[in-house]
Write a protein that binds this ligand. Structure first.
Ligand code: PAF
Length: 282
C-alpha cells in the first residue's frame, strides 16, 4: 500500500526506518499534475531502487511569474491514484507552510550555467529550484534522484548543486516522453487552448529538421531558420533558441563532429510557455 505523508516529521521517521534497513532510496520530485513523463521517472526509479518516493509540491519560490503560479495545474487526488496504480511506495505532499515555515533566503551559485536560456529569461527560477530540491534531498536522503531531460538546464543545475553541497546523491536524467504528435509532455500542456495545442507539435518537428539541416547549414543560419520556422505559425512565438555545449552550457559558435551539443528552445503558445530540446550529434 502506498503511504502518503504530509508532514516532514512523518517522512523523517519513515526514512530513518528505511535507512536502518540499508535500502536504496529512489526519489522523484515533482510539482504534481502528473503525466506519463513523470510516471516514467517512477518506473526508472523502481527498476534500480528498493524504495521509490515521489514528492508533489508546487514550489512558489521557483515561479518568477505569479500568474504562472496561480494557474499551474493542481490535481492531487488524481496524482495519488496514478502513483498508487504504479505501486509507488511513498508520496510526500507537504503544504507551503510545511516546506517554508520561514522565508528561504539562501542564494545558490551555479558557476555561470544559470546565466543563459531559462536562467536569463526566468530570473530567480533556478535559485528557487535549488532551494526546494535541497530541502527535499535533506529530508528524503535519496541514493538516486530522477529528473526529466526536458528540463535539460534544470538537470545541469541540480547536478551542480549536488556537487557543490557534496551530497552523495546520483542524479539521473531520463529521456523526454512525447505525445504521439511529438509535443514534449508537460504539466502545462493542459493549459493550451485547442488552437495552440494544434500548432505546438511544430516545435519538435522543427528541431528534428534542424538536426538534419545542421549537416549543411552554418550555426547562425540554422538558429535563424528554427526561429523563423516556428514564428511563422500563427500562435507560436520563440522566446529563445540556442545550441549549447552539453556540459558547460555555453552558447556555441559552430557545431562540431563527435561532440554532444544540445539545442534548447522556449516558445510561447498563447499564454503558455513550452520548453523542449534536442541533441545535435554530428
Ligand atoms: O521539474 C520540476 O517539476 C520542479 O522544478 C522540481 C524539480 C520538482 C522542483 O520543484
Amino acid at each position: 500500500m502506498m503511504q502518503v505523508f504530509y508532514k516532514k516529521n512523518e517522512l523523517t521517521a519513515f526514512i530513518e526506518k528505511i535507512k536502518s534497513q540499508h535500502k536504496i532510496i529512489g526519489f522523484v520530485p515533482t510539482m504534481g499534475a502528473l503525466h506519463v513523463g513523470h510516471l516514467s521517472l517512477i518506473e526508472y526509479s523502481q527498476k534500480s531502487c528498493d524504495i521509490t518516493i515521489a514528492s508533489i509540491f508546487v514550489n512558489p519560490t521557483q515561479f518568477n511569474d505569479q500568474n504562472d503560479l496561480k494557474n499551474y495545474p493542481r490535481n492531487l487526488a488524481q496524482d495519488f491514484e496514478k502513483l498508487a496504480q504504479l505501486n509507488c511506495d511513498v508520496v510526500f505532499a507537504p503544504s507551503v507552510e510545511e516546506m517554508y515555515p520561514e522565508k528561504d533566503i539562501r542564494v545558490f551559485t551555479f558557476d555561470g550555467i544559470d546565466s543563459l536560456m531559462e536562467g536569463a529569461h526566468r530570473p530567480g527560477h533556478f535559485n528557487g529550484v535549488a532551494q526546494i530540491v535541497s530541502k527535499l534531498f535533506e529530508l528524503v536522503q535519496p541514493d538516486k534522484a530522477f529528473f526529466g531531460q526536458k528540463d535539460f538546464q534544470q538537470v545541469a543545475i541540480i547536478k551542480k548543486m549536488v556537487e557543490k553541497m557534496k551530497l552523495p546523491i546520483e542524479i539521473i536524467a531520463c529521456p523526454i516522453i512525447r505525445e504521439s504528435d511529438g509535443l514534449a509532455m508537460s504539466s502545462r500542456n493542459v493549459l493550451l487552448l485547442p488552437q495552440h495545442r494544434a500548432l505546438a507539435p511544430l516545435i519538435h518537428k522543427t528541431l528534428l529538421l534542424a538536426v538534419e539541416k545542421a549537416q549543411t547549414l552554418p550555426l547562425e543560419k540554422l538558429k535563424t531558420w528554427v526561429v523563423e520556422q516556428i514564428n511563422s505559425s500563427e500562435y507560436l512565438k520563440v522566446e529563445y533558441f540556442d545550441i549549447v555545449d552539453e556540459n558547460r552550457l555555453t552558447s556555441l559558435k559552430s557545431l562540431q563532429h563527435g561532440k554532444k551539443q544540445v539545442g534548447c528552445i522556449a516558445v510561447w503558445a498563447g499564454n503558455v510557455r513550452l520548453i523542449d530540446n534536442i541533441v545535435f550529434n554530428l
